[in-house]
Design a binder for this molecule. Structure first.
Ligand SMILES: [Cu+2]
Length: 95
């Protein structure tokens, strides 16, 4: 009996989680390769430009890996726009 109740609780929690995931369905994460970054200052200027862009929630820039991981709201900004922002910093998006 108790087991049944706790299974029900788990099921409720799953439904809740699924509901929340749907509510944030507009949030996307993308990884973009960027060339030309040589140090922390390079990566922070790319991060700064991205974070100043409407719709960007998170921008993790690694000059060592030469990549940018961006979490964004795809209703507010497109990946093409994010590439444009990166290119405008002077570093180049690798195709
Ligand atoms: Cu640098």
């Amino acid at each position: 009996m108790f087991r049944r109740i706790s299974n029900f609780a788990v099921a409720c929690a799953m439904v809740l989680t699924l509901g929340l995931t749907t509510a944030f369905a507009a949030t996307k994460t993308t990884t973009i390769r960027v060339t030309g970054m040589k140090c922390n200052q390079c990566s922070s200027s790319v991060a700064k430009a991205l974070k100043a862009t409407a719709g960007v929630q998170e921008a993790e820039v690694s000059f060592e890996k030469g990549q940018v991981v961006i979490t964004y709201d795809d209703e507010k900004v497109t990946e093409a726009k994010l590439r444009e922002v990166i290119n405008s910093t002077g570093f180049k998006v690798a195709e």
